[in-house]
Every structure is written in C-alpha cells, then in structure tokens.
Design a protein around this ligand. Structure first.
Ligand code: NZQ
Ligand code: ZN
Length: 393
C-alpha cells in the first residue's frame, strides 16, 4: 500500500426529510447570503426549491436564485452565476440537484474569488487557491460530486469538457435524502448507477499490490450496485434500495475506496470526449467506454480481471485459461449494463465512428502516452473507441 492522506471534511446529513434542515446547516457553516443554484426544473416541479426557501426564511438567511443548469454544465451559466454572486454579496453557494448543478456551483465558487477567467482552472493555467463555501442538496445518486473535490464544466465554444480539482471544493455539507431520488426516470437512475460503478473500477484497476482492504471495499460497493439497481428500476419508490445506492454513490467517489493505490481514470477521460461532443449523459457514455477499455487492457493484468470476474460477477475461475475467466467477467459487466437499459455501443449511444479521430485529437495525447493502469498512446485510445463503436452482447 502507498502512503496517503485522506481528507473528507464534508458533513453528510442523510435521511428522509433532511432537506428541511438546510437553513440550519447554511448558518452552521457560516452562510448569511446564499445563491440557490439548480437545474432544468425537476427541483422546482418536485417542490424542493419551495422547501429550501422556507427553511432559509425560517433561519432569516437571505438568498438569490439561479436555475437552468444543463446536464454537462456550461461555462456560460457559470459566468452569469459569478456576476450574480458578486452583485448580491453571496457568501455560500447552495447546489440543489445532481453532479451538473454541484459542479456548476463549485465553478462559481472559484470564479467569485478569482481575479480573472474561472476557466483558467479548467485548462491548466491556474490552481484553485480559494473558493466560496458550497453546500449541497443531492437529487440524483451518480457523480459523487457531493463528496468529491472535483468539478467538470463544458466550454460551449468547441464543446470542451474539462475538470478542475481541489480540497477547497469539497462541499461543507451535503444533504442526502434518498426520497428525493424517487422522481428520477429509470434511464437517469441507470446512468447514475453506471457512473458509480465506474468510479469504483477506476480505482479497482491498479498496479499497486497488497491493497486488500480497498479491494474489498470496492467489491462491496459494486455488489451493492448489482443488487440494488435492478430493484429501483423495477420499483422506483423502494426507499431502502434508493438509500443504499445514494450512500454507495458517495462512498464510490470521496476516495475512501481509492486511498493508498495508484488509480486509472482513463475511461473517464475517454468518455468525457463523448459526452462533450454529443451532449449525452456521462453514465451512458461510460457504459459504452468502460467495458471496451477493459477488453483492451485486460492482458496487462489478467489475474486482476479474474478477481473482478470471480468476486464481483460470480464467475467460475478457469485455472487452465484465466483469460477466459477475465473475458467472461467483462461480458457479464456489459450484459448487466444492458439489462438496466444502458447503451453498449456507438449506435445505441448516438455517437459516430467517423468522429473518433476528432475525439482522440481533443484528448491531446500527441506522441506521448496517458498514464494509468496501462499507459495509453493515441493509437491505443483509437482502438478502445473502435471496440466501443462495435460492441455487442
Ligand atoms: O436539470 P433537472 O431538471 O434537475 O434534471 C436532471 C438532469 O436532466 C435530472 N434529475 C436530477 N435529479 C432528478 C432529476 N430528474 C428527476 N428527479 C430528480 N430527483 O437528471 C438529469 C441529469 O442530472 P445531472 O446533474 O447531469 O446528473 P449527474 O449527477 O450524473 O451529473 C453528471 C455530471 O457530473 C460530471 C459528469 O461529467 C457530468 O457533467 N461528473 C462530475 C464528477 C465530480 N464532480 O466529481 C465526477 C463524475 O465522474 C462526473 O464526471
Ligand atoms: Zn463519473
């Protein structure tokens, strides 16, 4: 196991009705004037924004509002948010929604205190030195942004999807009420589940030996997702299954399952070009890319893929032919994703094979290699996109 620091300062507030306490938590974490930031309307339609206003009113906390965050959140709304916060003297940003809203809130939090273009932090020109505090009310279990130090924004000019990260961006508090996720359509629920599993796999496939405790934690989250996702697809109001998925989504990405080990993240990088270019859901893009990446890299460490196949997907270990076991595990993963309604190839996702060179170019690998579980050249990534384009069950 490698040396590590684990820092997760967020106060998690979990359970039924906890969103009604938001005013208390804003005050506790120093907020006196709040920006309520939300998405395309689900939080308004469900009555959640009314509850938030009532709770802030009851605590005597002032607020302004900015809705309209799109999935794959855009830089254009971030600029509006920064201007609004400066004009209104906002001192805490409250994200009410999913990963897109939270990531947009984090970008605004950076921009309000930065004397320049917030995008500098997403294109490697600047590091986050300060940010306004962010609070969260989560409405979809997926991205894990409620516990992560990351934010991903899409620049409309060129549809460039890029990320920034800093412990300063970890939410001060995150309210997780599983009931709020019961209004999610099955497709969004499945996209979220896929993202959660991908966050674990990005950590599970490592070159660091002897990391039994995090291996086992990863497997626990994956087994939970395999059990609970079909239950909520069949019965969207199943509170306990929703609750297990919501906590799994947080655990999958605040890095508790990834400490002390080298991580990969190439599937995410490769996927971000897909959701950037076609504006598809991140989880759906991962359903197409992640099994393709697995097929391409499995020979790098066949026994690690066998471990996944046996412990997570219940395969029988074929000692005479470990590769067959590894491939059977990957086949079962893809088939699970298909069973919950996810696309498994470019046609089902709405992507085009002829765009592969554009996506590879945007990744900017040049003649070098992307680091990770297996280092990947531009040719390797091209082959992964090709496998993804033609995948079948
Ligand atoms: O906009 P509204 O109307 O709210 O609808 C949203 C949106 O259309 C809907 N939705 C959310 N909660 C709902 C609901 N509909 C009904 N009932 C509810 N309770 O779901 C749709 C998707 O929302 P979004 O926030 O985009 O989903 P998600 O949480 O999957 O976030 C995806 C974004 O997070 C980024 C992704 O790249 C993508 O841009 N990621 C962020 C990470 C991070 N910050 O740590 C890590 C991830 O790997 C990921 O890259
Ligand atoms: Zn993700």
């Amino acid at each position: 196991m490698e040396n590590f620091n684990f820092y997760s300062p967020t106060e998690f507030v979990f359970g039924k009705g906890r969103e009604n306490e938001v005013g208390f938590y804003v005050r506790k974490h120093g907020g006196t004037k709040v920006l309520i930031h939300y998405g395309g309307g689900s939080a308004v339609r469900s009555g959640l924004i009314d509850k938030v206003r009532a709770s802030l009113d009851a605590e005597g906390i002032g607020y302004c509002e900015l809705g309209g965050v799109q999935p794959n959140p855009r830089d254009t709304l971030v600029y509006k948010g920064i201007d609004l916060c400066k004009a209104e003297g906002v001192d805490l940003i409250l994200a009410v929604g999913g990963g897109s809203v939270i990531d947009s809130a984090k970008a605004i939090a950076i921009g309000v205190l930065y004397d320049g273009d917030f995008w500098d932090h997403y294109c490697g020109k600047a590091e986050v030195k300060q940010a306004l505090p962010v609070g969260v009310i989560l409405t979809i279990a997926a991205a894990g942004s409620e516990g992560s130090p990351d934010t991903v924004i899409t620049k409309e000019d060129g549809m460039l999807k890029r990320g920034a990260g800093s412990d300063l961006l970890r939410a001060r508090f995150s309210i997780l009420d599983p009931e709020l996720t019961q209004t999610l359509p099955a497709y969004q629920t499945a996209c979220g589940a896929t993202d959660i599993m991908a966050h674990v796999f990005e950590r599970y496939f490592t070159n660091t030996p002897e990391v039994e405790v995090t291996d086992r934690l990863c497997e626990a989250v994956l087994l939970t997702m395999i059990k609970e996702t079909p239950r909520v697809i069949a019965d969207p109001d199943n509170y306990d299954a929703r609750a297990n998925i919501m906590w799994a989504g947080m655990v999958a990405h605040n890095n508790i399952v990834g400490v002390g080990r080298q991580q990969d993240w190439n599937s995410h990088g490769i996927e971000h070009e897909l959701s950037g270019l076609y504006d598809v859901a991140h989880g759906a893009g991962l359903a197409v890319i992640m099994p393709a990446w697995m097929e391409y890299v499995h020979k790098h460490d066949v026994m690690r893929f066998c471990q996944m196949a046996v412990r997570v997907f219940g395969c029988h270990m074929n000692f005479a032919d470990p590769e067959a076991t590894a491939m059977e595990g990957i086949r079962r993963f893809r088939s699970f994703l298909h069973s919950i309604g996810m696309p498994i190839n470019f046609a089902e996702l709405g992507a085009k094979e002829e765009d592969i060179p554009v996506m590879v170019e945007k990744l900017g690998i040049g003649s070098g290699k992307r680091a990770g579980f297996m280092e990947l050249s531009a040719e390797d990534v091209t082959e992964i996109y090709r496998i993804a384009a033609h995948a079948s069950l």
